[in-house]
Design a protein around this ligand. Structure first.
Ligand code: TRP
Ligand code: ZN
Length: 881
């Protein structure tokens, strides 16, 4: 229950939405940059919103941590009684219908530790304004439905040679007093959250892009000088994203310059500010020597994501923050398609579903569960969630499935035309999709307002005489906070039927004249629906939810023989993988349940054989094979249980790998040798990525049962690797064991890579993730390491975030792991509330732990509840208890 007292922060409700009383024609900003006293002068042309005509409205401006120096209307300074300072900002009760407001404020970037508003990262100025950071820069209606033209003048001294803001550079020059300036003008109206400013000592990698219509766009990636050779991959990814959006959606970039700035201190991945993206350097820098394949893919997808926001987010933005998924769900869907087109589509889909299951499903089953379009929040920063982003992308994907690709793309284009330059809602988007798809999506819209992961159950019945196959499908959705009862969802169920040789049968439902393809999409919209397939010659194996066509959980237990059959034959690669995962889940959970002293761990012959067969398969793509061979994550296994013991979950998964490795050593060695580095230079082609993935999977598993020979194999790869993917894989596998060389290896890696913050992050996080008894003690020691910097979110996540994922180290039976995290969260909360609230995520799952740990974790939440908390952390703690 939420405890309400007079000090508790207020809840904001969607149903309280009111349009802004005043709109902004234009804002001119002037920044006089100084580390601890930056002067911000603004000149804002306001006019009364036409929907309020004839009414007397006060002007309300947001402002936070600002020092107000002067305020004037139409050139007249306001007297003390003419404006009111409020908790939220500044109110001017009486204003004309149209006026120019001039405000001067002073801010203190060097002491801004929240990484929101204007702050310094490694001595360079940068901004982060989403969601509500602009109010830490100046007084303004800081809400996304107020769109304005921005003109920005920045002045700084010579230590900051690079001065950037949104749009076009219109003027720059030197001033007498060792200072210089630049003036930027953004021709596109935008909300304040898309404003950006950078002033620093940066170098720039430049390239060009020719748009389909023949315009030249200047592309610039700004980084600190030490990073200048690490930007090529980001640049190529940007060019690929620009081409892709033209080819797939017909969308061209709209300015003559696109800038990206990389900073080390950033709360999230990156930010889509108009014409001037600011990125966490983790998603810009990449070089074969320092970045792994998954780092490369991360850069590609985040570069794509922010670029795609230029249309889905910037040209059309959100009316209010409840509509966040309007831009984020759609843009994640677009970046997923982009990566799928550039790499292996099947592997990309599997990865996306893994992420959904790892982060979104638990969120949807816990105390922070909320719909894709939430209806209330305390702190909006807490709603940049897997639900809004990843489930939001699934909701878009379902519409694409229901409409078909062409109509879907036509719908997106129509939406962008209709709402260009405006702030829209999720309802607006769906209405356009209904129009473009000539279909009724009113039931479908429940996906936006109902939280919780629907469960699907099915029953089958084959009639050999009538040659019919009946499928009865039911859905239900568990209660979630504030939502005890749910209405049925419209669920697109992609289904196929396999004959006895594994081929897809043509599908014809009762009443249909002719059979269609091997996969068809059923539209389940009742609690229970029955489908009767005709002319089915033999009992088929049913392949349901192909491509994971809806974000649901299948609860029906399928026969192991059928799963093994699907694993080999299903024409849908996702369902081949899924069949393997289901087999593995049932094997591992059976062992978990039967776990008792003196009882042996055992895997069934069907499962052992299926796994061996996959390992021996030389005809399947190696990336995909690696996915097939990887057991479900500890988190996913734990989520299948009503309550779980973390150490036993870990133990069962480990034991399964050891059993599989013990029985397949020779084959693992063979496949390792076949796939190991052929000596060519580093290439990012899917074939090369697959080669490294399988080789490193085999090496990792072989080292589950170390021997001198296998350790030597690992050491050779560690020392001789020609890229970080191979080096880090060997390093990880080795430091997860207790071998004598372990400490030496840790020192060696640190000595070699200490100048690279992103690799120091990995060094911290791999130690925190090591499944070893000693890890808890080592994490405590690493907190005192000179390179552990609590002000840097990447570093904090690499140590504390990783630690909290470690089933052995974090979940100490006496609760000391929880205590350590709680202490650190409370310290961090003073400086960076966004970060502390995110780190508290693992505490939201306390109710699913076994009783002893449950009490221990709850105790830490209660301690937090009694402390002085930021609004961010307050919401997480109070909703959890
Ligand atoms: N809009 C950003 C994205 O998804 C997210 C983001 C970046 C953000 N920085 C933030 C959200 C800070 C909240 C706070 O690409
Ligand atoms: Zn985004």
């Amino acid at each position: 229950m939420m405890k309400i007292d007079e000090n508790s922060p207020a809840t904001i409700y969607l149903h309280d939405y009111r349009s802004p009383a005043f709109l902004v024609e234009k804002i001119e900003l002037d920044f006089d940059m100084h580390e601890s006293a930056t002067l911000v002068s603004s000149k804002i042309q306001f006019y009364l919103n036409p929907d309020r005509e004839g009414r007397l409205e006060p002007l309300s401006l947001h402002g936070e941590a600002l020092q107000l120096l002067a305020v004037a209307i139409d050139g007249e300074p306001l007297a003390a009684g003419e404006y009111v300072m409020t908790d939220e900002g500044l109110d001017i009760p009486v204003v004309p219908n149209r006026f120019v407001l001039e405000v001067k404020t002073q801010i203190d970037p060097v002491h801004n530790t929240s990484l929101e508003g204007l702050y310094l990262s490694n001595g360079n100025f940068c901004t982060q304004c989403e969601a509500q950071g602009f109010r830490k820069i100046t007084y303004y209606p800081d809400r996304p439905d107020v769109l304005a033209r921005f003109r920005v003048r920045v002045e700084a001294d010579q230590r900051y040679p690079v001065l950037l803001s949104n749009g076009n550079l219109v003027e720059q020059g030197k001033l007498g007093n060792e200072r210089h300036f630049a003036v930027w003008d953004d021709p596109f109206r935008k909300p304040s959250y898309l404003f950006a400013l950078v002033a620093g000592d940066l170098v720039c990698l430049e390239d060009h892009y020719q748009t389909g219509s023949g315009r030249d766009v200047l592309l610039q990636i700004y980084v600190e000088a030490r990073n200048q050779n690490y930007c090529e991959h980001a640049m190529r990814s940007l060019q690929q994203a620009m081409r892709w959006d033209e080819e797939v959606y017909g969308l061209e970039y709209d300015l003559n310059r696109y800038m990206i700035v990389a900073v080390d201190d950033f709360n999230m991945g990156a930010m889509e500010n108009k014409g001037l993206n600011v990125f966490n350097s983790k998603y810009v820098l990449a070089h074969p020597d320092t970045a792994t394949d998954s780092d490369y893919l991360g850069v590609e997808s985040v570069i794509g994501h922010e670029y795609f926001h230029n249309w889905t987010g910037n040209r059309v933005t959100c009316r209010d923050w409840f509509q966040l998924s309007l831009k984020e769900g759609l843009t994640v869907f677009r970046d997923q398609q982009f990566s799928a087109d550039l790499n292996s589509a099947a592997v990309k889909r599997i990865d996306d579903v893994r992420v959904l299951r790892q982060f979104q499903f638990p969120e949807d089953a816990g105390p922070m569960a909320h719909p894709v379009r939430p209806s209330s929040y305390v702190e909006i920063n807490n709603f940049y969630t897997a639900t809004v982003y990843n489930k939001g992308a699934e909701v878009i994907r379902m519409m694409a499935t229901l409409l078909g690709r062409e109509r879907f793309i036509a719908g997106v284009r129509l939406y962008l035309e209709r709402y260009d330059g405006q702030a829209a809602t999720c309802d607006d988007f769906v209405a356009v999709m209904e129009e473009a798809g000539k279909t009724d999506l009113s039931t479908f819209k429940r996906w936006y307002r109902q939280s919780g992961t629907p469960k699907i159950h099915f029953e089958q019945d084959y009639d050999p005489l009538a040659r019919t196959f009946r499928l009865r499908v039911s859905q239900s959705c568990p209660a979630t906070p504030g939502q005890p009862d749910k209405e049925p969802f419209l669920i697109p169920l992609a289904v196929g039927l396999l004959d006895e040789s594994g081929n897809d049968l043509p599908l014809r439902l009762e009443g249909e004249p002719a059979a269609g393809d091997g996969t068809r999409v059923l539209e389940l919209q009742e609690s229970t629906q029955e489908y009767c397939f005709q002319d089915i010659p033999c009992r088929p194996v049913v392949s349901l939810l192909r491509g994971f066509s809806a974000p649901v959980q299948m609860t029906t237990v399928v026969d192991a023989e059928d799963l093994a059959f699907q694993l080999v034959h299903d024409s849908d690669p996702f369902n081949r993988w899924e069949a393997g995962q289901k087999l593995a889940v049932s094997e591992l959970l059976r062992n978990y349940r039967e776990l008792a002293p003196g009882r042996d761990f055992s895997l069934s012959p069907v499962f052992m054989e299926a796994w061996r067969r996959a390992l021996a398969d030389r005809s399947t793509d190696r990336s995909f094979l690696t996915q097939l061979l990887t057991l479900p994550s500890e988190q996913y296994l734990a989520d299948q249980l009503d309550e779980f013991d973390p150490q036993q979950i870990h133990g069962v998964r480990m034991a399964a790998y050891r059993a599989l490795v013990g029985a397949n050593e020779d084959l693992l060695k063979e496949r390792y040798a076949e796939a190991a580095d052929p000596g060519r230079g580093y290439r990012l082609a899917p074939e090369s990525v697959g080669r490294r993935a399988l080789a490193n999977f085999c090496l990792t598993q072989l080292l589950q049962l170390p021997s001198p020979e296998k350790i030597a194999l690992g050491l050779v790869q560690y020392h001789e690797a020609r890229n970080m993917t191979d080096r880090l894989a060997a390093f990880t596998a080795l430091i997860n064991t207790d071998i004598d060389e372990r400490d030496e290896l840790l020192d060696d890696f640190y000595r070699q890579w200490q100048a690279h913050p992103l690799l120091v992050d990995k060094w911290f996080s791999l130690q925190a993730l090591a499944p070893r008894e000693q890890t808890f003690a080592e994490v405590k020691r690493l907190l005192g390491h000179p390179k552990f910097n609590p002000a840097n979110p990447n570093r904090v996540r690499s140590l504390l975030g990783a630690f909290a994922q470690n089933m052995l180290a974090f979940h100490q039976p006496d609760g000391s792991g929880y205590q350590l995290l709680r202490e650190r969260i409370l310290l961090l909360d003073q400086n960076n509330a966004q970060l502390s609230a995110r780190l508290a995520g693992p505490f939201t799952r306390w109710q699913r732990l076994e009783p002893i740990r449950r009490q221990a974790m709850k105790k830490e939440l209660e301690i937090m509840q009694k402390s002085r908390l930021s609004r961010d952390l307050y919401e997480i703690v109070n909703k959890s208890l």
